[in-house]
Every structure is written in C-alpha cells, then in structure tokens.
Ligand binder design. Structure first.
Ligand code: PGA
Ligand code: ZN
Length: 417
C-alpha cells in the first residue's frame, strides 16, 4: 500500500518563462518521483483555479510560491504517513483538503502536482511503466495501450501568435502513418515545406509561436488552411489520404455577446456554423475544436449536426475536462470528442471520470498539452494509455519534443514486449 513519506514542491519556469509548480513525492517504499504542471493561455472560464501569488513585484504577480507552500505545509502535513489504497483515495483527500468548487484554496496547480507526482511514484513502487499505471487507473486491459495518433501544430494564430488570424491552430494529422516513427518522418517533411512557404510566399522568417507552429501574416483563415494543404502537397504527400488537417478555432476568444468577429466581419451563431462548415467542405479537416464558444451549449448540437459524418466536434474550453460538463454535452448531443487536459480540472481521477463518460458515449479522446509546458513528459504516457489522439504542439521547441521523444521510446518498448 503506498504511503507518502515526504512531499516537496518548488517553483520552476514553464516554456513561456512563467512560474509553475514541480512536486517531488517520496513513498515509504523508497520510490521517489516528481512531476511538473503545465499552464494555459487561451483558458476556459470553467477551468479550476491556477493559484498565483499576485505579488506585482515578482514575475508580474504570476509567482507560484503560495501554491508550493500549500503543498509543503498543508498537503504534506495531511497526507504524509497515511496509508493510501488508490489514486482515487489520494485525489479525494486533496479535494477535501481544498474544499472549494474550483480548487481556489490550495490551487489546481498545487493539487495536480501532487496527484501526478504520487502517480509516478506509485508506478515505480509497483514496478510498472507510467503508461501501464495510467491504463490500470482507468481499469483497462493491456490491449488498450497503444500510441496515439499525432495531431501536430503547423500554423498558429489567436492567443498563441499575437492574434494575426483569429483561429488558434491549424494542425496536421498523419492519418496514413502506421506508427509514431512514420508519423514524425511525415510531419518533418510537411513542416519543412511550410517553412519554405513562409519564406517564399510571405517573405517572413520562420519564427515560431507558443506551441512551435509557424505564424506568417496570413491574410485570412482560408489562406492559412490552403497554405497547410499546399505544404502537404509540396512535401509530395496527398492531402486527406496521407495527411489530414484539424483546426482549433478557440472561438471563445473572438466572441462577444452573440457575435464572432472574424477578419473584420461580425458573424452570428448560425453564420459562424456556416463558416466552419464551409472550411470542412473545402479542406480535408478531420476535427474541429471549439467551433463555437464555451457557453453556447444550446447551439453546439447544431454545429455537431453540420459536421457529423465528416469531422469530429471536439470540446476544449467548452468541456474543460469536467465530468459535469461532459455529462451535459453528451445529453445534449453537443459534441463527439473530448480534449483532455488534466490541469483544467486538477486531479487525475476527475480527468479519468470525464474520459470514462466520453468513452461510454463512444466519443474520441484527444489528450492535450498546454501552451505553457515544461520538459516533463508524463503526457506521452497518459496519451498512450488514455488517448485516441495526442495534441502537443509542433515538432520544434524542446518542451514539445520531450513528449514526442517519449512517445518514440514507448513505441519501441511496446514493439519489443
Ligand atoms: P492553452 O490552449 O493551453 O493556451 O489554453 C491550448 C488549446 O486551446 O488547445
Ligand atoms: Zn483549444
């Protein structure tokens, strides 16, 4: 039975140079492991609270010293030397210690750091890999463990790229690849072609955005999409058959009181759905994330009906990995895929519950990183155990590559067992 001997957290910096939390967990068995939590920029309003110090003199108020102190004092005091049966029991104790609906007392960043570090230490104590442990937490057979399909950021916009176009990501999905290794070879070729296009067509340097995507000054969203298709073809691949597209519209971030503002035009909800449908009819898009804003659950079924049979209706800010919101969306027929970000909800167990609901409704699951990431690679193990797809960003920037490189390692390990 795992028993925590020692818990210790400290502040580290994420890929945007902003503070976040890293926690180390030592069990009485001697197993020691640590985990770091990521942080979003285009966040959903229903996300659990990320506790920041609000000391304007330090990191512009973004420090995480309080969150670390909460682990080192409150959480460590309550959890150390207490035999724990399961991850669920640990996470339940964390929720009780916090006692607020949005984890504002301890901070979701503090809670998740403990939840993840404990899972890693427990996997070590059990002598199993982290992906095996995550799979076991979900009560799955070993056959469910499979590297996910990659969805890789090619072009960035929205809040990750200074808003040069409204939508946040155009991703490439190597649907024709039969392994992570093959997928990365394909993505490399497409990314190189996109760098060339950025130089030649836009006379722009191929500098990258928060998640490593390219962000030349596209004149429109349609240009961004057709340039993605052009990059696939310039790499000698067939758009749709070898490599498809996915989009993260992240539409909450250009929505205000019933109106979506795109390229200087004001669209009401029906016009927004028609615009998204137009993209799906024209380009080989297999998934549309947050095509409508997060609060419009009454309109999401119309979006889903417009896309059904062609592409996934994927909820990110809309669902916030929150079992309650997922249940509501299933009942309304509002989506058919869950973007799973554990720090949106704050514990592994609640994220597992959201995923279970999605699975039972036959939804797809996309396990996703955040735009502010660390060099930690637990996401690759989580996606191997829980995801149909993984969304990590692009194949540049080491905080992204840490996950791809771990996926390569997992794939080799699975092939040899
Ligand atoms: P975030 O965005 O991590 O900046 O919140 C990622 C996404 O919207 O998928
Ligand atoms: Zn998103």
């Amino acid at each position: 039975m795992p028993t925590i001997n020692h818990l210790h957290a400290r502040e580290i910096l994420d890929s945007r140079g902003r503070p976040t939390v890293k926690c180390c967990c030592e069990l009485q068995s001697g197993a020691v492991a640590s985990a770091s939590v990521p942080s979003g920029a285009s966040t959903g309003t229903a996300e659990a609270l990320e506790l920041r110090d609000k000391d304007a003199k330090r990191y512009a108020g973004l420090g995480c010293l309080k969150a670390c102190l909460n682990i080192n004092q409150i959480t460590a005091f309550a959890l150390c030397n207490k035999p724990l049966e399961t991850q669920r029991e640990l996470d339940q104790l964390l929720l009780e210690l916090d006692g607020t609906p949005n984890k504002s007392k301890l901070g979701a960043n503090a809670i998740l750091a403990v939840s993840l570090a404990f899972a890693r230490a427990h996997a070590l104590e059990r002598g199993v890999t982290l992906y095996q442990h995550f799979s076991d937490l979900a009560g799955q057979p070993r056959s469910a463990i499979k590297p996910p399909t990659l969805t890789v950021n090619l072009f960035s916009g929205g809040k990750h790229a200074g808003g040069q176009v409204e939508i946040q990501d155009v991703l490439v999905v190597p649907v024709g690849a039969s392994s992570v290794d093959e997928a990365l070879v394909i993505i490399f070729a497409v990314y190189r072609a996109a760098m060339e296009l950025t130089r030649k067509k836009y006379d722009a340097r191929p500098l990258v955005a928060d998640e490593g995507g390219l962000a030349p000054p596209f004149p429109s969203i349609e240009a961004m999409l057709s340039d993605a298709v052009a990059s696939i073809e310039a790499a000698g691949l067939h758009a749709g058959r070898d490599v498809a597209l996915a989009v993260d519209v992240a539409s909450s971030h250009f929505y205000d009181r019933g109106i979506y503002t795109i390229g200087g035009k004001s669209l009401d909800t029906d016009a927004m759905i028609a615009r998204v449908k137009g993209w799906v009819d024209t380009y080989p898009i297999v998934s549309v994330e947050d095509g409508l804003e997060e609060g419009s659950i009454e309109h999401w079924p119309k979006l889903r009906a417009a896309l059904l049979g062609k592409t996934l209706t994927l909820g990110d800010d809309f669902l916030c990995t929150n079992p309650h919101r997922v249940r509501q969306a299933i009942a309304a027929g509002a989506a058919d895929a869950l973007l799973l970000k554990v720090n949106q909800i704050g514990t592994l167990t609640e994220a597992a519950d959201a995923r279970k609901l999605a699975r039972e409704a036959d939804w797809k699951v996309v396990v996703s990183a955040r735009s502010g990431e660390t060099e930690d690679d637990w996401l690759a193990d989580l996606a191997t155990a829980w995801g149909d797809y993984i969304k990590v960003g692009s194949i540049t920037r080491s905080e992204r590559l840490a996950k791809y490189n771990r996926l390569l390692e997992i794939e080799r390990e699975l092939l040899s067992t």
